[in-house]
Design a protein around this ligand. Sequence first.
Ligand SMILES: Cc1cc2nc3c(=O)[nH]c(=O)nc-3n(C[C@H](O)[C@H](O)[C@H](O)COP(=O)(O)O)c2cc1C
Length: 218
Amino acid sequence: MSLKEQLRGLKSLAGPYRDFDTGAAPDEPASLFGVWLQDAITHGIPEAHAMTLSTVDAEGCPDARVLILKNVDADGWHFASTKLSPKGRQIALCPQAALIFYWQPLGRQVRLRGQVSELSREICEADFLARPIGSRASALLARQSDVLEGDEALDIALAEQRHLIEGDPFIVSTGWTVYAVQPTEVEFWQADGDRRHTRLRYRRAMDSQAWQRERLWP
Ligand SMILES: Cc1cc2nc3c(=O)[nH]c(=O)nc-3n(C[C@H](O)[C@H](O)[C@H](O)COP(=O)(O)O)c2cc1C
């Protein structure tokens, strides 16, 4: 069987799924996001807090990778990484991003777009210090996505950083940053087995907290 035939034979969005009553949706998207995220966690979906972050580089070319959602509050949707990484450099040049969550067993997707900001040094440091020692050692390397010469170089560098942490348990990587995406668009997408998907988009102007809600064609 060719790959094309194999892919054609794979099921997608087979359902059955729950109904999405858009008439009962709240005035703003954060609380509905909270309900859907909680549903995903309660459903036992592995890594329900994993999301795709899209940014653009200096040439305007899109880039994307999976990250972990750290919090949602008045600042927006939080994620953490090092400023020195490609994504950190891209955000410094163009502080705009898109986030996508997909909870497959529920047939639900959430898309967000908006401005990215850096949170306070206190928040960044607290996030860094809450990480396990291996994650802190890796972040202290501050070489994410650089070309790796080989395993030996990595093992030596990690051992050095662990040694540093053992000597100073409160050492923090200067580049470690918690970012927040403050969305101006959030779309909730509920699959339907017959492809009569239900889509609800919240939109607001950059300088307004008044959300407009609109249904979208599937
Ligand atoms: C499930 C999952 C969770 C991840 N979480 C993070 C994260 O929270 N922060 C991070 O910097 N990278 C995380 N990564 C690694 C990123 O996908 C990516 O490889 C790395 O950040 C380098 O991206 P960049 O070269 O675009 O900067 C995660 C990867 C996966 C698959």
